[in-house]
Write a protein that binds this ligand. Structure first.
Ligand SMILES: Cc1cc2nc3c(=O)[nH]c(=O)nc-3n(C[C@H](O)[C@H](O)[C@H](O)COP(=O)(O)O)c2cc1C
Length: 165
């Protein structure tokens, strides 16, 4: 079969659908949908999230140097879409959606209690790639709903009904 050239942007499939929650230095909380995200180190555990500098969350993450990656299940589709299309610059999105927040154990940022898994991260590096700045976050603590944890203490990802598009 013949192959033809295509557009280049976002050429890897599939992107994870996560919510990154964050806090600014005045204590305001926010969250945004992020597709540019991946594991980037097994030992020590690290993840990477890409944030466009024009996002309101960008300055919050830069200020505090921490963020939380929240995995998103299908039941949170409405919230995911809202947080990915409205800005914390204009309103308190989490309050408007009635989303429940908890406190990070290791980082000064909110965790989203409705999400099945929340991963607290401290920024250890960042790379300005082009459209995004990729923040490398050392995993400091993981909160997982009890029913998702297997006998080895790991998250059983097959039990999460991940959001689909
Ligand atoms: C499916 C999806 C994936 C997205 N991925 C990213 C991303 O990887 N990085 C990013 O900066 N914005 C991404 N966005 C856009 C932000 O979530 C969106 O601009 C959001 O309103 C920014 O919120 P804020 O201004 O409160 O930070 C994505 C949006 C959607 C719907």
């Amino acid at each position: 079969m013949e192959k033809k050239v295509t557009n280049y942007a976002s050429c890897l499939n599939s992107m994870p659908n996560i919510l990154v929650s964050c806090r600014d230095k005045e204590g305001h909380d926010n969250a945004l949908a992020v597709g540019y995200a991946c594991n980037c180190s097994y030992d020590p555990p690290m993840v990477m999230v890409g944030i466009v500098p024009s996002r309101y969350s960008y300055h919050m993450i830069k200020e505090t140097g921490v963020f939380v990656v929240n995995l998103v299940s299908e039941e949170l589709k409405k919230e995911y879409e809202y947080l990915g299309s409205h800005s914390g610059r204009d309103e308190d999105k989490l309050k408007k959606l009635g989303m429940k927040k908890g406190e990070g154990v290791k980082v000064n940022a909110p965790i989203l209690l409705d999400c099945p898994v929340s991963i607290e991260c401290t920024i250890v590096d960042s790379i300005k790639t082009g459209s995004h700045e990729m923040f490398v976050g050392k995993v400091e603590y993981i909160h997982a709903k009890e029913e998702l944890i297997d006998e080895y203490g790991s998250v059983d990802y097959s039990k999460i009904n991940f959001i689909k598009f």
